[in-house]
Design a protein around this ligand. Structure first.
Ligand SMILES: NC(=O)c1ccc[n+]([C@@H]2O[C@H](COP(=O)([O-])OP(=O)(O)OC[C@H]3O[C@@H](n4cnc5c(N)ncnc54)[C@H](OP(=O)(O)O)[C@@H]3O)[C@@H](O)[C@H]2O)c1
Length: 232
């Protein structure tokens, strides 16, 4: 039976690469973007024989979009197997925790943390119904408490909290064969990572994609980097 995967922020960067690679693995990819025109253009650029994509407009800060996504998945497929919570912003590259405008902190939290939480809550009922789900929260080394330092205050908080969501959901969803993990893709050449980053999107996705295909007894509630468990 076809497997269905949802990718948030699919229109560029790591999300675009994840979408292409999932399609190559045979997934039907629900390719989401907050901007329909940009999203459709990006998705059309990936279309080739054998790949299955369906576009869905999703702003992760919109509960209405989340509700519509869940209705769409129920109606079209009656299930969703995989969610990649990938969409995020990093507006505070040059900010300090001492002076950062707290409205920037709230906005980042709304997108990177509450947004991912909202999308997860939108798909979980359907995953529970089918007793199967794999949720991958794209986190960051900047969110790891064990190496937490100054700088990037809004982004760091948003990703540390996303990791907390991973732990909570993994625990609550373990009876339903729903596996939830966080992953650090490394420093990646995208609009966010910049041109000097050490990894290409293809290299980053090599270290992420396996989490979509974990077996039923696979690890859950963990943080991964380069396919190895990493400290929180
Ligand atoms: N690049 C790195 O070095 C790096 C390192 C560690 C972790 N990460 C994480 O990896 C993930 C992907 O990053 P990236 O480097 O690919 O970033 P990117 O190139 O900046 O892409 C971010 C994506 O998120 C989307 N997005 C932002 N706000 C959204 C919203 N409210 N609703 C829906 N989509 C939204 C963007 O859409 P628009 O085009 O509409 O803005 C874009 O598609 C993020 O979670 C990021 O934190 C990246």
């Amino acid at each position: 039976m076809e497997q269905v995967a949802v990718v948030t922020g699919a229109n560029r960067g790591i999300g675009l690469e994840i979408s292409a690679r999932l399609a190559d693995l045979g997934f039907t990819v629900v390719f989401t973007s907050r901007d329909e025109a940009k999203g459709l253009q990006a998705m059309n650029g990936l279309i080739k024989s054998g790949r299955k994509f369906v576009f869905f407009k999703l702003d992760v800060t919109s509960k209405t979009d989340g509700r519509k996504l869940s209705e769409f998945l129920e109606k079209e497929y009656g299930k969703v197997d995989v969610l990649f919570n990938n969409a995020a912003i990093l507006p505070d590259e040059n900010e300090s925790a001492v002076t950062v405008d707290l409205s920037m902190v709230s906005k980042t939290f709304e997108t990177n943390t509450v947004g991912a939480f909202m999308v997860a809550q939108s798909v979980i009922p359907l995953m529970k119904k089918n007793n199967y789900g794999r949720i991958i929260n794209i986190s960051s080394g900047l969110g790891a408490l064990n190496t937490m330092g100054g700088g990037y205050p809004a982004y760091r908080i948003s990703k540390a909290s996303l990791n907390a969501i991973t732990r909570m959901l993994a625990d609550e969803l373990s009876p339903f064969n729903i596996i939830v993990n966080s992953v650090d893709p490394g420093w990646v050449k995208t609009d966010m990572g910049g041109p000097n980053a050490s990894k290409t999107t293809a290299q980053a996705v090599d270290s992420i994609l396996w989490l979509a295909q974990l077996p039923d007894n696979g690890p859950s509630g963990k943080f991964f980097r380069n396919k190895q468990e990493a400290p929180w």
